[in-house]
Design a protein around this ligand. Structure first.
Ligand code: GAL
Ligand code: ZN
Length: 666
């Protein structure tokens, strides 16, 4: 197929068969060409242990096929049926507090459970045997959002699996004792048999045990995925995917991305949040980057409101379309929704669908239909579908560093993704398109690499960053980097590890601005930090963090200083020439304006290409086009050379209404 995918989750088992024909008719009307079928159908496919009923699914698949709608066939393993849990209660997940989670919802399985895996495997075998050769099937959709509700299970089965995982990793229990630092608080283990998952405990748990359990838990989910893939691969060469969840802490998607044939993502930005367009843009860029720049698929978005926020805002007129084009601009080759027909019963009946409760004479359906038609015509356009999104800048993103910096008992309560988002916003505000990368990826193609914080990092990761800078790159390192190694042991003798050479500085002590806990009982608002430096545009404000930065190389120039407080007059931003490159260090969380000024100055030095900058308007280049989206509440006039593929108008002087989109090509 060449052309944008368009469609969504299709749950025909929730409807009588009469509705299915109408569904296909309406899908045709809406331009739907791909439907994800069977995601939650286990109980319908296998109503009793070992009894499979495929007749209904055969009919659905056949109807779709005849209607020209390709099938993204799910393996249906995401929600085990009640009979399985009744027969094998040991396959139910258990929380850290020891609570067993029951059926009656979804995802009620322990990822390590051999029972779950055996039954899931049998189901997948049956499905694959029946549909591997079916001409309707385009893609395999394994499970659904692995770990969304149950990412960690603390049951005895998981405990045993954790012990085996640890034995494979450490080989000897002494090596584990060293890595976990169990000399602390009398935590020494004489044998692997003594080890438990980090269940509810009186106070702070062993940090390395917690991190290893995070790693183990994510690996167990990945094992479930691999097991299903292995079964599919015995009989089918079709592409296989499982839907990611953007910035999801409990699965290291760098690992997962290597194992899916196409990266697919579910994204539900909140229409009520003015930062949503930027946050969503960041998520799309992560998805593109996970696949190494290859086109990805938006597997789920909502046509209108969701049902799971405290307040579920409807999308503004045109917003669904605008956010869909954001995905296209940032490298997606398909736009799909959760879900096709809004459910009439069950926990998601208030979640919007492409066909709303109100039917087709509705705003949502009209917008769905209009976008389908547009995407069909855009599929013909040269230089958009399948094309690459160029980026000169990369942000280093690391799941272990994320898990580590947000552990309890850390220097300050911090959100890793909030820190990344601050950099992302500043880079976008400076007209830069960003990829995400691992610290030890091939970075030399980027003109500028930003490391928002790499709290826990291996020597190898730090050395790779140094190699990048030394080789001529522009490296920008944020606070709380290189504090711990990969076992969460402190880097003694001065923080930063190998980056000390790179940056020409080391960190002596932390000095985060602390709120007056007693005075502001419950409030704990940290006071702002004043900084100043020409590179920030003069006097500026920061929050959250400060450090005693010790300059040790004569070729370091201090670009900004703390102004007042315990850090008064000490460096806040430094610049170091390293090899043929440059390495910057930023020791606080600069506010948006000074951070943008800084990024702007660094990018000017690094000769990074820019896109236009207009407040409230998003620009991104894909292939030979620039996609412009007006997220603001007022019309804006564009000044882009070329013609808008959507209207045929010139990009120079083109007026974009709020939520308006232009796709301007030379
Ligand atoms: C996703 C999930 C879908 C549906 C949707 C609702 O997380 O994969 O099945 O529940 O959320 O927003
Ligand atoms: Zn378990």
């Amino acid at each position: 197929m060449s052309g944008f995918w368009y469609g969504g989750d299709y749950n025909p088992e929730q409807w009588p068969a009469e509705v299915w024909c109408e569904d296909v008719r309406l899908m045709n009307r809406a331009g739907v060409n791909l439907a994800s079928v069977g995601i939650f159908s286990w109980a319908r496919i296998e109503p009793r242990d070992g009894e499979f009923d495929f007749a209904w699914l055969d009919e659905v698949v056949e109807l779709l096929h005849r209607g020209g709608v390709r099938v993204d066939l799910a393996t249906a393993t995401a929600s085990p049926p009640p009979w399985l849990a009744l027969a094998h209660p040991e396959m139910l997940p258990v929380t850290a507090e020891g609570v067993t989670l029951s059926s009656g919802s979804r995802q009620a399985y322990c990822p390590s459970s051999p029972v779950y895996r055996r039954y899931a495997g049998r189901l997948v075998e049956a499905l694959v045997e029946r549909y591997a050769g079916n001409p309707a099937v385009e893609l395999w959709h394994v499970n659904n959002e692995y770990g969304c509700h149950v990412s960690h299970c603390y049951c005895d089965t998981s405990a045993a699996a954790f012990r085996s995982w640890l034995a494979a990793k450490y080989e000897t229990v002494d090596a584990l004792n060293d890595a976990w630092g169990t000399a602390f608080w009398s935590q020494h283990y004489a044998s692997f048999d003594e080890i438990l998952p980090p269940r509810a405990a009186p106070t702070f748990k062993n940090p390395t045990q917690v991190l290893d359990f995070d790693r183990f838990s994510a690996d167990e989910l990945l094992e479930c995925y691999r097991a299903e893939v292995a079964i599919i691969r015995r009989s089918s060469n079709l592409p296989i995917t499982t839907n990611f969840m953007g910035f999801f802490k409990n699965a290291d998607y760098w690992k997962w991305a290597a194992e899916v044939d196409i990266v697919s993502d579910d994204a539900y930005p909140d229409p009520a949040d003015p930062l949503s367009p930027q946050y969503a843009a960041m998520q799309r860029d992560l998805m593109r980057s996970l696949g190494g720049g290859k086109p990805w698929l938006l597997m789920e978005q909502s046509p209108g409101a969701v049902n799971w926020r405290e307040r579920n805002a409807a999308k503004l007129p045109g917003q669904m379309r605008a956010w869909s084009y954001q995905c296209i601009g940032r490298g997606a080759d398909g736009i799909l929704f959760f879900q096709w027909r809004q459910a009439a019963a069950g926990a998601e009946k208030f979640h919007s669908g492409m066909v709303p409760h109100g039917g087709t004479d509705t705003r949502v359906f009209r917008e769905v239909e209009a976008l389908g038609a547009e995407l069909r015509s855009l599929s013909e356009l040269e230089g958009l579908y399948g094309a690459a999104v160029p980026a000169d800048v990369a942000i280093v993103f690391d799941w272990d560093a994320w898990r580590a910096v947000e552990q309890e008992a850390s220097p300050t309560r911090i959100s890793y993704v909030a820190g990344v988002f601050a950099w992302y916003r500043a880079l976008s505000a400076a007209g830069l398109t960003v990829d995400f990368a691992r610290a030890d990826a091939a970075l030399s193609g980027y003109r500028m690499v930003v490391v928002p914080s790499l709290f826990a990092a291996s020597d190898g990761q730090l050395a790779a960053l140094d190699t990048y800078a030394t080789g001529g790159g522009t490296l920008v390192v944020g606070y709380l980097t290189g504090i711990l190694d990969e076992n969460l042991h402190a880097r003694t003798g001065g923080y930063l590890g190998a980056l000390r050479e790179t940056l020409g500085v080391w960190i002596e002590e932390f000095a985060p601005p602390a709120g007056p806990d007693l005075a502001a009982l419950g409030g704990r608002l940290a006071p702002p930090v004043a900084v100043q430096g020409a590179v920030l545009g003069g006097a500026a404000s920061a929050t959250l963090w400060g450090e005693y930065v010790r300059v040790e190389s004569p070729s370091v120039s201090v670009q900004a200083e703390f102004d007042g407080g315990v850090l008064d007059g000490l460096p806040a931003v430094t610049r170091h020439e390293r090899g043929s490159g440059t390495a910057w260090y930023v020791a606080t969380q600069l506010d948006e304006a000074p951070l943008t000024a800084l990024v702007d100055a660094i990018a000017a030095e690094a000769l990074v290409e820019r896109l236009p900058v207009v407040p409230g308007v998003e620009f991104v280049r894909r292939g030979s086009h620039v996609v412009a989206i007006n997220h603001s509440g007022a019309p804006v006039t564009l000044d882009l050379p070329g013609t808008d593929a959507l209207t045929g108008a010139s990009g120079d002087g083109l007026v974009l209404a709020p939520q308006g989109v232009a796709i301007v090509g030379a």
